[in-house]
Design a protein around this ligand. Structure first.
Ligand SMILES: Cc1cc2nc3c(=O)[nH]c(=O)nc-3n(C[C@H](O)[C@H](O)[C@H](O)COP(=O)(O)OP(=O)(O)OC[C@H]3O[C@@H](n4cnc5c(N)ncnc54)[C@H](O)[C@@H]3O)c2cc1C
Ligand code: FES
Ligand code: FES
Length: 1365
């Protein structure tokens, strides 16, 4: 091998490093090797690409990278995560961002247009990422993509608002309609033909006009408002001219050798030949090789590991070769997984079937490997050399008998078996100076079968809990099929991928029959040992999975061998359910609503007013605002302990860290140190005692975010540990409650009823309800600056409560509120998480800004945001219920506790709402509900969609379901039997009026064909032993109003300009829910002007003072009414003028009014009438009205692994006369999927007694890598949403009803359907009694509840997996 004496000798090195971004050539200066592509793009002003997580887990940063692939001799286009892409790794390439494909000014790209028109963008923060994922797919597909490919391309993109259905509908047209743009082959339907969003196919019920006043219109999934757009409709030909081409310069210019530097002496090399790699390796034996950077990026950015020299080997031709030989497949180590997949797919069609068993197993496993963006860059060698114990592919290499070729810096090559390559935790058999050259995958022989297995928290884009690869080679000897060779390898059970060697030994030489299965299972039990305190926990589950996987393998092999001569192992047909793998059909969504128009705009399914800005990336969020000159970035100094005394703080090293402008602690706060949402019980910066991990102790400001973060890490704090309360149970035990938070509500006399003998049965039990992270896609962010030398303070903040920011900041700075202004244009999702906790962080940023008189921005990293800003409260409920043998409930005695964390925040109101909702929709004559807020050493928990209501109702539905089991009737029958009705008086004194519950319920029962669905499910369950289905119907009733009376007020400012346009400002915040759109519709209808004449710019505390947070679902009701009030005042002022003159337009009227000196600005105000509650007597009317709903769900579970999917969800809500049914449908779908996350996917794991492997008080699940919100794959196969027709609400504006929170709880139908499925599985194993199931019903809980011979060696039938509560 040649030697590289100095870099100048490298002939191919180009003179300058360049990059094309959106067709514009940019020279990349040296010194930026530490930057990611995302940081660079945002620094140069392309802020359409968002930072959602920084760890490749959300897709908000997706861009398309194009380069000329020398090997393939063609241009390749890939979606990548810019947050994990090192800047220099795209040198010589073309990057297209969302700004590059379309804009408001020059026209939207069809992908953007379709998404906007289909209501696929709510808060918009995820939107550019979705647009770019599809765009890259379309650019890279030579034929129109299938619907499956489209959904697959979106697996790496998360959305927390929409519930995905409208995104899928928006995009599916690209698989069906005119592909002329990319393929020169049109598949557009006939001109004028309408594509139904429900089916993606041409359909006869096309758009109809609905512009008349007070009209009624039926819609069933084919309404024009929900219609995606096709290329032809947006003039695709015109667009072709605008499409950015691959820059010709880059076609001529090869990707060449590159040597660059970065911050802190970092060296970055991109060798272009293997010889260069080896020379560099000789020179820097400990240099880090990097290909996709999906592992190294996480190490350097999240784990803060420093690698001084990085060698990017992604484009070294010798490491990218693929050779097909007679014996197998030789794959270069730098080959990207998406390319590897393509090759595997090709060889499976070209080689004899029996040769490609391993290839097929790889194909199946890669299907569930990360998202598309990661697979497009992550390499085969990177995965191998990371040697992760949960690598999905390493068990397959090992089982398939692969060999690895290793080369040292002198060019010597050696070969080793994959099985021998992994030595210990993340340690492989590579000496210093050696690298992995290639991998050889042998073909399989006839009757040699390889199979993959993986179980994760979430099916799509998740790392495995346990995975496995198994191989047997069977040979027929003496009329028996004997195991000639075998390999059983597991991931996720030890520090490295582990071969079950004793099991292998046992299998070899045995006949493949039931006896062999039972014997192997016994050996396996001893072979794979997971220690009690193993990192990752879930020990019983993981052990059970090892057996379940083997059983599935045994069945699968038997299925493969079925029909072979002398193969005698026949399985019962019901066991086929252990063999068939999950297969999802295309999603079918339908929406059913009527349009009740009021005026020209109210009632119309208008598109979100910012949708077009959001799909082009032009919509600005707080972090996108340009930083003023002299700005600083802030980072927090956080507590590492759950409860401790601060002994000393040493910030000397931090002070001298690069770029630092100042470090501030409690002593520096100019005003009051104590803050709080309701009572001031929190220190802005801890002084003597810390009460949770993640509590701010100080703040560092520096010239860059990175420098601030680095310096914050250099503040050393000594602590003295104090005892910590880390669960509700501990809090109860040690009587650790927030002061004055005990509450009681009573009706009748529950105790007397229990004693009276009226109840046929009395049961008691405990319900644990897990917490939930908001996971708004936009992390908390505030930019604060001073004006007039510090006399005034202004800020822009991502918050639902600008007024709270104003108040907190004025409080800690000691300034009057009149000198502090907070503005919010829009936020990237809030869900309650930005109602109070965000104000805390604005106040933190304000301190250095005020003291230094410089602008300061504090944008929380995703992990910090999750660790510090609180979540949905976990709850514990102890119930005692008395009922008749029919299931009629007579008495309820309930005690509920919520986990408040280390400050009160809104926990008391949340507890109260849980108590108000703790009967859900049931009439109970005797009730006693008691509640307490627990003080624990966790970050303060806070508001989250539903505000305690869902927790209260989930506890109710738990005991309802238990009654059903006790009296052997269906839960639906018990529900119906106990429904409240018109005139019912609830346990807090409110009378039920205008109740639509029964109507809703019956309509849903019909539309979901509940009875026949139940029969079909029972049939299915009889025929399938290892897969079970369950159905459930759940009702809800959600009280509308803030239960704190004074918050039920709203202000608005309406200004008419002389051109007839109207500027509305109100106190509510646009967070994706479409509040501004609805409010603008109300103003447009009132003035009878086009919606486009009304504009809402932002929310600002200097326009509308003292606004309540945008919360409690009531914002449209309240701000809509306040705006209407202002509009009516203006109309009244203008009316005399209008009647005096012959006026032809609103602009003319406005102008004439101006000339006549009429005030064209009005302040509107609204208070919710007729509400109030007195806690002293526990009676009153806390709610203005109730929103009712019901949902039906059908699920299927894999009892062997705990995997589940929702087959059908049918949701029906009473929303009165909807102001905008399209937005309301969006709220329902989004809330339902978010609720599905709460009940079945999202588990917070804290360092507590249940999770000893996590350090005390620390949140383990603090990023999308470990905390799994629903992805596109979790959508129900059939998702139907209906709004109850002809049900006006007399209590709110234009007869509408509030929508934001009520649908959330309906996802519990999925939870109870899962429980029904588990009941069926347990019955097969002989367990028919009631059992508890905690939420979330994760694969672990599902699997462990499905008691069978594979769980029983490790856990009893009453086993309850650990949950942080
Ligand atoms: C969001 C996300 C999801 C993920 N999902 C999964 C998943 O589902 N399943 C799974 O198994 N993994 C998953 N991973 C882990 C990771 O993506 C894979 O391990 C990936 O294959 C690593 O490849 P890379 O090219 O990006 O590695 P890099 O980060 O570039 O490198 C990884 C390591 O390999 C070394 N290396 C690379 N090439 C060589 C070579 N030729 N010789 C010697 N050493 C070399 C590097 O020095 C480094 O130590 C995920 C990661 C992320 C960020
Ligand atoms: S920000 Fe890049 S994937 Fe989340
Ligand atoms: S619209 Fe997707 S996260 Fe808000």
């Amino acid at each position: 091998m040649g030697s590289l004496k100095n870099e100048a000798e490298v002939q191919e090195q180009s003179n300058e490093a360049i990059l094309y971004v959106n067709g514009v050539r940019r020279v990349l200066p040296d010194g930026l090797a530490h930057l990611t592509l995302l940081e660079y793009l945002r620094d140069v002003g392309l802020t359409g690409t968002k930072l959602g997580c920084g760890e490749g887990g959300c897709g908000a940063c997706t861009v398309m990278v194009s380069y000329f692939n020398e090997n393939m001799k063609r241009c390749q286009h890939h979606a990548v995560n810019a947050c994990l892409t090192p800047l220099y790794s795209v040198e010589g390439m073309h990057v297209i961002t969302v700004e590059g494909i379309g804009s408001g000014r020059y026209g939207l790209h069809p992908v953007q247009e379709s998404l906007a028109r289909s209501h696929g963008s709510q808060c918009g923060f995820c939107t550019p990422g979705f647009v770019m994922s599809l765009y890259a797919l379309l650019r890279s597909s030579r034929t129109p993509p299938t619907e499956e490919q489209i959904e697959e391309s979106l697996a790496g993109n998360l959305c927390r608002c929409t519930g995905y259905r409208p995104i899928v509908d928006a995009f599916r047209v690209f698989s069906k309609t005119d592909d002329l743009l990319y393929t020169e082959r049109s598949s557009v339907p006939n001109v004028g033909e309408f594509i139904c969003p429900g089916t993606g196919k041409p359909c006869s019920c096309g758009p109809k006009d609905a512009s008349t006043k007070e009209t009624t219109k039926q819609s069933s999934g084919c309404d024009s408002s929900l219609k995606p757009v096709s290329y032809s409709e947006t003039n695709g030909s015109e667009y072709t001219n605008k499409e950015l081409i691959f820059p010709p310069e880059l076609l001529l210019r090869k990707l060449s050798y590159l040597s660059m530097t970065g911050f802190g002496g970092l060296k970055w090399y991109r060798p272009s030949r293997l010889s260069h790699v080896l020379d560099l390796r000789a020179r820097y034996p400990d240099a880090k090789l990097v290909v996709g950077n999906t592992e190294v990026g996480i190490e350097t950015r999240l784990k803060r590991i420093r690698y001084p020299v990085l060698i990017s080997v992604a484009h070294v031709p010798e490491l990218n070769t693929v050779t097909v030989t007679d014996n197998g497949l030789e794959i270069g180590s730098s080959l990207r997984l998406s390319e590897f997949l393509e090759i595997l797919q090709k060889v499976t069609t070209q080689r004899p079937y029996h040769e490609t068993s391993s290839c097929r197993a790889f194909i199946e496993q890669i299907k569930w490997f990360a998202g598309k963006q990661i697979r497009n860059v992550a390499s085969v060698g990177g995965n191998i050399c990371t040697a992760s114990p949960i690598s999905d592919l390493n068990p397959l290499w090992m089982a398939a008998g692969a060999t690895f070729r290793i080369i040292d810096c002198k060019g010597n090559i050696r070969t080793t078996l994959a099985e021998k390559f992994f030595l210990s935790y993340r340690k492989v058999d590579l000496a210093s100076g050696e690298i992995l050259l290639s991998v050889f995958l042998p073909w399989t022989r006839p009757f040699e079968h390889v199979k993959e297995f993986k179980q994760a928290h979430r099916r799509d884009d998740d790392i495995a809990i346990v995975n496995s690869a198994m191989r047997v080679f069977l040979e027929e000897k003496d009329h028996q099929w004997i195991v000639s060779d075998a390999s059983i390898v597991y991931g996720g059970v030890a520090a490295l991928s582990l071969s079950a060697s004793r099991t292998k030994k046992f299998l070899i030489g045995r006949s493949w029959n039931r006896e062999c299965l039972l014997g192997a299972l016994k050996v396996l039990e001893e072979d794979i040992v997971i220690k009690e305190d193993a990192p990752g926990g879930m020990v019983e589950f993981r052990k059970s999975l090892t057996l379940s996987f083997f059983f599935k393998f045994f069945m699968w092999i038997s299925y493969q061998m079925d029909g072979q001569k002398s193969f005698v192992e026949h399985m019962p047909s019901s066991y086929l359910s252990a063999v068939h793998s999950f297969n999802r059909p295309s999603i079918a969504g339908s929406q059913n609503f009527e349009i009740r128009k009021h005026g020209n705009s109210v009632g119309s399914p208008e598109i979100h007013l910012s949708a077009r800005l959001q799909v082009t990336g032009e919509a600005e969020y707080t972090d996108d605002a340009p930083m003023p000159p002299n700005s600083l970035h802030a980072a927090l100094v956080l507590s590492e302990k759950p409860h401790a005394r601060i002994l000393s703080i040493d910030d000397s090293e931090a002070k001298s860290s690069p770029g630092v402008a100042g470090i501030f602690f409690a002593k520096d706060i100019p005003g009051d140190k104590m803050v709080g949402a309701v009572i001031a019980d929190e220190e802005l910066f801890a002084t003597e005692i810390v009460t949770c991990v993640g509590q701010p102790i100080g703040v560092v400001v520096a010239d860059t975010h990175e420098n601030a973060r680095n310096a914050a890490g250099k503040v050393y704090i000594k602590y003295e540990d104090l005892p910590a309360i880390l669960s509700i149970t501990d809090a109860i035990k040690y009587k650790s409650f927030h002061p004055d938070t005990d509450r009681t509500l009573t009706k009748g006399d529950a105790e007397l009823c229990f004693q009276s003998g009226e109840c046929d049965r009395i049961i008691d039990g405990q319900v644990q309800v897990g917490g939930q992270e908001h996971f708004y896609l936009e992390p908390n962010s505030s930019l604060v600056w001073t004006i007039d030398g510090g006399n005034e303070v202004h800020m822009i903040s991502s918050t639902q409560a600008p007024q709270k920011h104003q108040k907190y900041v004025s409080h800690v700075l000691g300034l009057p509120m009149s000198k502090v202004v907070c503005k919010t244009k829009r936020i990237g999702g809030g869900f309650g998480g930005k109602e109070t906790r965000s104000a805390f962080f604005a106040a933190v940023a304000a301190v250095p800004s005020y003291l230094l008189n410089r602008p300061v921005k504090l944008t929380l990293d995703r992990d910090i945001d999750m660790m510090t800003t609180g979540q949905r409260h976990s709850f514990l409920g102890n119930y005692k219920v008395g009922f008749t043998n029919d299931g009629k409930v007579l008495a309820l005695d309930l005690e509920i506790f919520n986990n408040g964390g280390n400050s009160l925040d809104l926990s008391l109101s949340i507890l109260e709402r849980a108590m108000f909702h703790s009967h859900n929709v049931y009439e109970i004559p005797n009730v006693r509900v008691k509640g307490r807020v627990c003080f624990t050493n966790f970050p303060s928990n806070t508001a989250f969609r539903g505000f305690g209501g869902p927790q209260g109702m989930l506890i109710t539905e738990n005991w309802i379901q238990r009654i059903a089991m006790e009296v052997r009737r269906s839960a639906e029958v018990i529900r119906e039997l106990n429904f409240i009705g018109e005139g019912s008086v609830l346990h807090f004194g409110q009378k039920i009026e205008h109740c639509t519950l029964e109507r809703l319920w019956n309509e849903l029962k019909t539309s979901s064909a509940y009875l026949s669905a139940r029969e079909k499910v029972e049939q299915f369950n009889l025929q399938n032993r290892w897969k079970k289905r369950g159905i459930s119907m759940v009702p809800t009733k959600f009280g509308i109003s803030f239960t704190t009376k004074f918050l039920n007020q709203a202000g608005a400012l309406v200004q008419i300009y002389t051109d007839g346009t109207v500027l509305v400002t109100h106190g509510g915040v646009e967070m994706g829910q479409g509040l501004h759109t609805k409010v603008a519709q109300i103003a447009a209808s009132c003035f009878d002007i086009p919606l486009s004449s009304v504009f809402i710019s932002e929310t600002s505390t200097d326009k509308v003072p003292n606004a309540s947070p945008t919360a409690a679902s009531a914002s449209s009701d309240m701000y809509g009414a306040a705006v209407l009030d202002a509009c009516e005042q203006l109309k009244a002022r203008m009316q005399p003028i209008a009647s005096k003159h012959n006026i032809s337009s609103f602009s003319e009227l406005a102008n004439v009014c101006y000339m006549e000196r009429i005030d064209l600005s009005a302040h509107g105000f609204y208070i919710t009438p007729d509400i109030g509650f007195d806690w002293k007597i526990g009676k009153g009317k806390p709610f203005s009205y109730f929103t009712y709903g019901a949902a039906f769900a059908e699920v299927e579970i894999d009892t062997l692994t705990g995997d589940f999917h929702t087959r059908t969800a049918d949701v029906c809500l009473d929303l009165g006369f909807s102001i905008n049914p399209a937005l309301d449908v969006g709220q329902i779908e989004g809330a339902f999927i978010q609720g599905l996350g709460w009940v079945a996917l999202e588990e917070l794991k804290w360092g507590d007694a249940a999770h000893k492997w996590i350090s005390p008080g620390r949140l383990f699940t603090c990023g999308p890598g470990s905390y799994k919100i629903p992805s596109i794959n979790d959508l129900p196969f059939k998702f139907k949403v209906s709004l109850l027709k002809d049900a006006p609400n007399v209590k709110a504006i234009h007869s509408s009803k509030a929508v934001g929170e009520p649908p959330f709880f309906l996802a519990s139908a999925v939870f109870f359907a899962i429980k029904e499925a588990i009941i069926a599985a347990r019955a097969d194993a002989g367990y028919t009694g009631w059992f508890p199931l905690d939420n979330p019903a994760t694969p672990e809980r599902i699997r462990m509840a499905c008691v069978d011979e594979f769980t029983s060696p490790f856990a009893g039938s009453d086993f309850r997996p650990k949950l942080s509560v």
